[in-house]
Write a protein that binds this ligand. Structure first.
Ligand SMILES: CC(C)(COP(=O)(O)OP(=O)(O)OC[C@H]1O[C@@H](n2cnc3c(N)ncnc32)[C@H](O)[C@@H]1OP(=O)(O)O)[C@@H](O)C(=O)NCCC(=O)NCCS
Length: 182
């Protein structure tokens, strides 16, 4: 399936393209950004990772979006639905270039992606799989109204990571959005 294009106030969420590789390599090459998403990757490894995220759309009919900042046209990250084999639930995940943190971009993009997932995928719950020390990601999950659902075990070789699922049921998200909250 070709990913749809979603537009928010400041962002375009769209298809993962090969020309996004510079951004992926920057994201995955930065130790601070990559610490809780499997560790740093070089450019060639980043391409393989990018290809697997893009391929998720073909295999499952959903996947993460590339996130482009409208004002500059630059790729600033990837976020969206994610449920690889053995995953502990229906996730919307997020990773943004460090230079774009602190502007509410992840929250803005994740909101659009969660809206899209609940409208299109028949999900009953959204989760966010987060390392217990990833304070920025936990703060984002809380900002979106998710709560700590407890520890989860990821499929090997990721089973060594100490992660919790944060999340909320569909009804809670829809009520929150109907009340005008992000
Ligand atoms: C997790 C991650 C996406 C969070 O990004 P973020 O920019 O902190 O998250 P948000 O988009 O919610 O932005 C919130 C910040 O923007 C600020 N902000 C500025 N303008 C804003 C606006 N218009 N709306 C909302 N927040 C705004 C908030 O005050 C907050 O600032 P603070 O961090 O100083 O408290 C980012 O740290 C990241 O990509 N990390 C590396 C990869 C990773 O670990 N991914 C998660 C795996 S589980």
């Amino acid at each position: 399936m070709t990913p749809p294009t979603l537009e928010t106030e400041r962002l375009i969420l769209g298809e993962i393209r090969e020309e996004d590789l510079d951004g992926w390599a920057e994201l995955m090459g930065d130790p601070d950004s990559a610490r809780y998403i499997g560790g740093t990757l070089n450019r060639a490894q980043s391409w393989r990772a990018m290809a697997s995220f893009a391929g998720c759309w073909s295999l499952k009919g959903f996947g993460m979006f590339s996130v482009v900042e409208k004002a500059s046209g630059r790729w600033i990250g990837r976020l969206g639905p994610w449920q690889p084999e053995g995953w502990p639930g229906t996730e919307v995940g997020w990773s943004i270039l460090k230079s774009a943190w602190g502007q509410g971009y992840a929250a803005e993009g994740a909101t659009a992606a969660i809206d899209w997932a609940f409208a299109n995928l028949g999900w009953h719950e959204v989760i966010h799989v987060i390392h217990v020390e990833n304070v920025r990601s936990i703060a984002l999950a809380e900002r979106l109204g998710s709560t700590d659902l407890g520890p989860r075990v990821l499929p090997a070789p990721l089973d060594k990571y100490n992660v919790h699922a944060w999340g909320q049921p569909r009804e809670q998200w829809l009520a929150r959005r109907a009340a005008g909250s992000r």
